[in-house]
Design a protein. Sequence first.
Length: 320
Amino acid sequence: MINRCCWLDFSKGVAILLVIIGHALQYYLYPSTFSEEMSWRIVYSFHMPFFFILSGTAFSFSRKNGFSLFFIMSRLRRLMIPFVSWALVNMLIMTLINEKVSMLSYVINPAHGGLWYLWALFYISIFFCFITYVFTRIPYQLIASLLFYVALIVLSNTASGKFGLNEISRYFIFFVLGYYARSLGWINYLVSSKKQCFLLFSAAVIIWCVAFFAFVPNSENNFVNWIYKSSIALSGSTVALLLCILMTSIKIPFKFVEMFGANTLGMYAVNTYIIYGLSVVLCNPRYFIVALLLDIVLSYYASRIMSRFKISNVLLLGNI
C-alpha cells in the first residue's frame, strides 16, 4: 500500500511493543521464573494471536491476484528469505559461542531460529489463499477453513509439532479471523463508529478478565484447555485491536507507535539479541525499564539501518 493505514500501523506497533515487552520479561527480568509471573502470562496470553489477526487483516489489503506462482514467489521473497537469512545469523552466533546447530534443526523446529513467525505466516497465507482460490463463496471458504484448521491440529499432534505445525495449527484461525474481520467490513464499521467500538471494547474487556482471572481450566482435559486458551487469546486480541482503533480515532499523538508498526519485522528479528546483550551489560533487575526502553529504541534504529542498504533490506527484511 502506498498510503499506509494508520490504525493498522498503530496496531502493529502495539503488537511489536508487546513482543519486546514479553521478551524483556522472559530474558531479562524473570529468566528463571518467567512462566510463573503474572505480567508475562498476560502478555503471552494474546500477543501472538493479536499479531496473526493483524497479519490476516493486512493480507486482505494486499491480496489482489489470487493463488498463482507469482503469489507463492512473492511470499517466498517476503517471508522465507528473511527466515533463512536470520537462521544463518543465528547459526553464526551459536558457532561463536561454541554451540553447533544446523539449518535442518530450524526446519524441523523453526522456533529454534527465533523467527518461527515468518515460517508459520508463510504456510498459513499459502494454505488460506489456496482455500479462497478453490472456494469463491465466503460461506464455503469459512467451512473449508474450519475443516482445514481441524486437520492441522490432528496433523500437528501426529507429527509431534515438528516442521512448525504447532505454530501453524495454533495461529491459522486467528489469521482467518483477521482477514474476514476486515474484508467483510466489520473493522471498517468500527473505525467509523466510535460508540459501537467502545461498547464492544468494554464487553471484550469483561470477557477477557473473566476468562483470565475467574476461570481455572482442567489441566487433564485438553479440549477444555484449548477452549480456555483460545477464549483468552481471542478476547485479549479483541481488546488490543479495539483499543488501538479507539486511540487512532481520537488522534492520540503516538505517531512513534505507527513508526514501529511500519518496521515490525526488523524490530522482531533483533530485539531478542539486544535484550540478551543488555542482560549482560545491565544485569541488575532494577534497570529493567532502562533496558526495555533501550531495547525498543535500538531495535527500531537497527531496523531502519537495515532498510537503508539493499542487501540487508532484501535478505533480512524481505523487501524486494
